[in-house]
Design a protein around this ligand. Structure first.
Ligand code: 13P
Ligand code: SF4
Length: 336
């Protein structure tokens, strides 16, 4: 599936173009939709047709009537778009944009894990390869995981892969014990309680919002734990002035747009070389590469049809269960 990486240098033709104008022209010309994750560079977020968390982006990819999807995120997100919309051309700016969670487990690893626990259901975080999804019973995102786990038969034990921190948080919230794969996100695992304590001493009134990929002691200190979109909604709706944000820092761009009056304090990572909490995989995407992906219609996500169909099953289960759960909540709110 790997193709050469699109690149632009100061001497390349892309460097001398008005990229925003060209991206806009090509998007119309190709009847393409640009989807972007909240961890993308602000310029990419601003030019995208839709910006969202993994669940919202999956829904958009399933329902768009565009001919081509340009997915600005990481590779597994482009794969999800292709699984859900096989008739569309799906391109991503950089085929090297992986994810440490995806890399932590292969389909062979999962088959061996299942063989050791043959009576278990497999619940797989969306941050995984199409091959791993194809070996799973349910796919979840951080926004849908609670609904999906609650919908599985209560007497069935669960293998949860590949994020052990998300898994631990889900065990606490749902009360379901699970056998966890030891994968981690290289960005969120750098958050520490010491960093939070330092910021709380300086800003005692600040509310803390973190992503559930963070380690358990960090999650335990938070006022809000949830997906990227839920963190944005929490800041917008909560009546406080200051917020400590424990997730990838590019999300601050979107929060500032939606809540310009709030003070945002990014939680620093503990990594020696960089305390910036940025995802190196997401950072591979640039406006130049987005332009080239639209122009050249590559690198393209190609998935074998049998593999795609097997991965679609657990993914579609997630979309159906989460849509039903959301509709029920909306009906309850309306009745109240
Ligand atoms: P969300 O589904 O919350 O957007 O998370 C995606 C991700 O990669 C977090 O690191
Ligand atoms: Fe993967 Fe972490 Fe980057 Fe999200 S932030 S894409 S989980 S490495």
């Amino acid at each position: 599936m790997n193709e050469a990486v699109n690149a632009s240098t100061p001497d390349s033709p892309a460097h001398h173009l008005d990229l925003e104008k060209e991206i806009d022209r090509l998007r119309k010309d190709r009847n393409a939709v640009i989807l972007a994750h909240y961890y993308q560079d602000p310029a990419i977020q601003d030019i995208a047709d839709f910006v969202g968390d993994s669940l919202d982006l999956s829904r958009k990819a399933a329902e768009t009537d565009a001919d081509m999807i340009v997915f600005c995120g990481v590779r597994f997100m482009g794969e999800v778009a292709k699984i859900l919309s096989p008739e569309k051309k799906v391109v991503i700016p950089d085929m090297q944009a992986g994810c440490s969670l995806e890399e932590s487990i292969s389909a062979d690893d999962l088959r061996a894990f299942k063989a050791k626990h043959p009576d278990h259901l497999v619940v797989t975080y969306i941050n995984s390869s199409v091959e791993v999804k194809a070996e799973s019973d349910y796919v979840v995102t951080s926004a849908s995981a609670i609904d999906i786990i609650n919908a599985t038969p209560a007497d069935k034990p669960i293998l949860f892969v590949p994020d052990r921190h998300l898994g631990r948080w889900l065990e606490k919230v749902t009360g379901r014990e699970m056998t966890l794969w030891p994968g981690e996100c290289i960005v969120h695992v750098e958050f520490t309680t010491e960093a939070i304590e330092g910021l709380k001493t300086k800003y005692p009134d600040a509310k803390i919002a973190v992503h559930p990929e963070s380690p358990e002691p960090v999650v335990d200190m938070a006022d809000h734990v949830g997906s990227t979109r839920s963190i944005i909604d929490y800041v917008v709706k909560t009546d406080a002035k200051r917020f400590i944000i424990g997730t990838e820092t590019h999300i601050l761009h979107q929060i500032r747009k939606q809540a310009p009056d709030k003070e945002l304090i990014p939680l620093p990572g503990s990594n020696d070389t960089c305390q910036c909490a940025t995802c190196p995989y997401m950072a591979l995407n640039t406006m130049e590469k987005l332009y080239l992906a639209l122009k050249d219609e590559r690198p393209e996500i190609i998935i074998d049809e049998d593999l795609r169909r097997r991965a679609l099953l657990p993914l579609q289960r997630m979309l159906d269960i989460s849509a039903r759960a959301q509709a029920k909540r909306a009906a309850r709110e309306e009745a109240a």
